[in-house]
Design a protein around this ligand. Structure first.
Ligand code: UTP
Length: 419
């Protein structure tokens, strides 16, 4: 064990982890052993490199950005809609379609203890958990198309067992358990603002999921891409866990991808106002790209086009469809990491718990939409916000349970004709 402790200390020295080294020296033998084992599991070369590369990208490059037009569903003729609908319906009905819900996030802004999907909402249809609402959406689609769409739920090391148990405790909310599969995404250490790893109260290095873009490599690592191949699944829809209006089986989106001969299709909504905190789909150096709201220059964010709409207003809402080929290509692509400034509690160099009230640490995340640039073009379908997008991000204010339930209630208080 002495060997492990020495190795851990040497590693901390080598990678200039001064605070952790100081903390290490204040711990008793048992605590040191736990921390040493955790330290030796960290790939410091990798995370140091990720830190350096991610910090560089704070300089935003604004060149080569152009708008990218979407097909606006509300402006399509009935005949145009029928063509797309028929194409997409055929894919779903012939069991060539699967869904991945990305539920590996930390959900720090919501301040809910437990996975975001286990958050309970008071709706006009009664008390419902977020996962319950998604399960109901899936079951409506299954009934409509006469199939059992396989549902893959991406979790993280932090929330996997709680998520699985939650589904078991609630009898999968009526879904067939054989059609629901959980898989864990990879994780990366969190870093302090000085680039040091953080130690938790359990004397282990704090780690978090590697971003929703970790979906591709995780699907490959867990053998799910092979499973898709064997099952004949050709199109995979991926969505966040936190949009309670998400239509998980939209034949129009599938139809558009097929009609446009694209390997990826994304559903957008138009931004409500230029500063709305949503990334926008546009082109950069002739490739489709999502530019985050923080990275879009203000004059561009405010620009209005000849139709009187925001030129850069096509908002990405985590509503993406991939062909199996696109997933395979993305799974071997080295995704860039983005830095998120997040609140994380940790032990300081004296062993005192620092309880974060403000963002105080960095999380490194790959973003699903960075795979878009692997392809010449992707299809974009603009839907209506009130029918498609009711996100739960914050505990109060915008995009909170309050606003999401309001939209959900409005949606369900209308007579819903099956489309
Ligand atoms: P967000 O970027 O909104 O993050 O995730 P979050 O974790 O839900 O919330 P905050 O930022 O900590 O408050 C968008 C979607 O991507 C998933 C989330 O679960 C959500 O569905 N996600 C995010 C993952 O699956 N894995 C990740 O590592 C990050």
């Amino acid at each position: 064990m002495e060997n492990v402790i020495n190795q851990a200390k040497n590693t901390l020295e080598k990678y200039n982890q001064k605070s952790v080294l100081k903390l290490f020296n204040t711990l008793d033998e048992k605590e040191q052993e736990t921390l040493a084992e955790s330290i030796l599991r960290v790939d410091f070369d990798y995370i140091t490199n990720v830190y350096k590369e991610s910090m560089k990208k704070l300089d935003v490059d604004e060149s080569g950005i152009e708008p990218k037009k979407a097909l606006v569903k509300a402006n399509m003729t009935e005949e145009e809609k029928e063509v797309l609908y028929a194409l997409g319906k055929k894919v779903i009905e012939s069991n060539q379609y699967a869904i991945v819900t990305m539920a590996g996030g930390q959900g720090t802004r919501l301040n809910h203890k437990g996975p975001k999907g286990t958050f309970k909402l008071q709706t006009i249809n009664g008390e419902k958990y977020i996962f319950e609402i998604l399960s109901e959406t899936l079951q409506r689609a299954n009934k409509k198309y006469g199939v059992e769409i396989p549902w893959y739920i991406m979790t993280s090391e932090e929330n996997n067992s709680e998520t699985v148990k939650f589904f078991e405790d609630h009898n999968y909310f009526g879904c067939n358990p054989n059609t629901v599969k959980f898989f864990k995404q990879a994780k990366l250490p969190l870093l302090s603002e000085n680039g040091e790893v953080l130690v938790g109260e359990d004397y282990k290095i704090k780690e978090a999921a590697d971003g929703n873009g970790g979906m591709f490599s995780s699907l490959r690592r867990e053998g799910i891409l092979d499973e898709f191949e064997k099952k004949g699944i050709k199109w995979i829809f991926s969505c966040g866990v936190d949009n309670i209006l998400v239509n998980m089986a939209d034949p129009y989106l599938i139809g558009l991808a097929l009609n446009n001969n694209c390997e990826i299709a994304t559903k957008t909504i138009i931004k409500d106002y230029p500063q709305e905190k949503l990334g926008v789909v546009c082109k950069k150096n002739n490739k489709v790209k999502v530019i985050e709201y923080t990275e879009l220059p203000e004059d561009m964010a405010n620009e209005i086009n000849e139709d009187g709409e925001l030129t850069y207003g096509e908002a990405h809402i985590m509503f993406n469809l991939f062909s199996l080929k696109a997933l395979k290509e993305s799974a071997t692509y080295k995704m860039p990491y983005h830095v998120a400034h997040k609140k994380n509690s940790f032990l300081d160099e004296n062993g005192k718990l620092v309880d974060a009230t403000q963002p105080n640490s960095y999380k490194f995340e790959a973003f699903i939409f960075d795979s878009f640039e692997l392809f010449d073009d992707i299809a974009i379908l603009r839907g209506k916000r009130e029918d498609e997008f009711s996100p739960i991000k914050n505990a109060t204010g915008v995009d909170s349970p309050f606003t999401a339930v309001k939209m959900y209630n409005e949606y369900w208080s209308k007579d819903r004709e099956e489309e």
